[in-house]
Design a protein. Structure first.
Length: 302
């Protein structure tokens, strides 16, 4: 077949599910670590179009593995390489905030653009970057939204129509307004003041919108969990009757989850963009739709 899917070991479950959806062969890329930290990467048979699936949490070794895999696949006959990276690493540092800092977004974007012909990701952290094309110069790139899939999942549950969709800061507004619109719910966002990586202050100016209503916190990435905990406490103070959380990319440890529950959060659900104990929302249908063109027009790469 002219199209196949290969995945790094940490993403093999979701990569295999995607291959099943697409009706293509699947192969898990083998990664062997030598005692000195170097690695050997072994790919499966290359197709004319090879889709490589790798979520880029804990990214450093994975980026090296992807470079090695791309080299082997090109040499093995792949004419087109498509990277599906549900979580895209190093997007936060899109400018030098202090003198001497590296702009990691530019470095990683250029690196992946040299290895792949297309990059597909979900809810990339692009707050000061206009679009995903600016990250990947010269190649095709897609920044998919998880909100339609999240909305569909929530509709199937017992969602209280009085729920207010809440964002913990102004940066979350695109996701909050999108999801609230799809679910026909009211929404509001907080004002956040950051004092450090794990210290934030959250305030709601529109407390009347929250008082007496269940709240659904929505965000793209939860890493330390400090913002979500502070948001939950502010919601409780504002009179929210219940608090749930839904997030695209869950990166936080179990200790942070326990803090969330202690802060009054009833449930936390995430997409399967990153393997996590809160995973509840599959993305394979989202990727299946985005990749249909790779199946219908593969002959040009043969």
């Amino acid at each position: 077949m002219s199209v196949s899917v290969q995945g790094l070991p940490s993403s093999s479950r979701e990569a295999a599910a995607l291959a099943t959806r697409l009706g293509t062969p699947f192969h898990e890329i083998a990664v062997h670590a030598f005692p000195d930290g170097e690695m050997r990467v072994t790919v499966g048979p290359a197709s004319a179009t090879t889709i490589v699936y790798a979520s880029l949490d804990h990214p450093n070794d994975k980026l090296v593995a992807l470079m090695f895999a791309a080299e082997a696949l090109r040499r093995g006959g792949a004419r087109r390489l498509v990277l599906v990276a549900p979580y895209l690493c190093y997007m936060r540092q899109d400018t030098a905030f202090t003198a001497g800092e590296a702009i990691s977004q530019q470095v990683v974007g250029a690196l992946l653009a040299r290895c792949f012909d297309r990059v597909v990701t979900v809810d990339a952290h692009l707050h000061r970057t206009p679009d995903i094309a600016s990250v990947f110069p010269g190649i095709q790139s897609d920044n998919l939204s998880a909100m339609p899939t999240i909305a569909e999942t929530l509709r199937k549950g017992a969602l209280d129509p009085a729920t207010v969709v809440v964002g913990p800061d102004a940066e979350s507004l695109p996701w909050v307004s999108d999801l609230a619109g799809r679910l026909r719910l009211r929404h509001t966002v907080a004002t956040k003041t950051r004092h450090g990586d794990r210290s934030v202050a959250i305030e709601f100016s529109d407390r009347a919108c929250i008082s007496g209503h269940p709240a659904l916190i929505v965000d793209d990435i939860v890493s330390s969990g400090a913002t979500i905990v502070a948001c939950a406490r502010a919601l409780t103070a504002a009179g929210a009757t219940a608090i749930d959380v839904v997030v695209t990319h869950a990166l936080f440890p179990e200790a942070a989850h326990r803090e969330m529950i202690s802060a009054g959060i009833r449930s936390v659900r995430s997409t399967r963009s990153v393997p996590h104990f809160t995973n509840a929302i599959a993305l394979d249908e989202l990727f299946n739709d985005a990749l249909q063109g790779e199946l219908t027009e593969p002959s040009q790469w043969a």
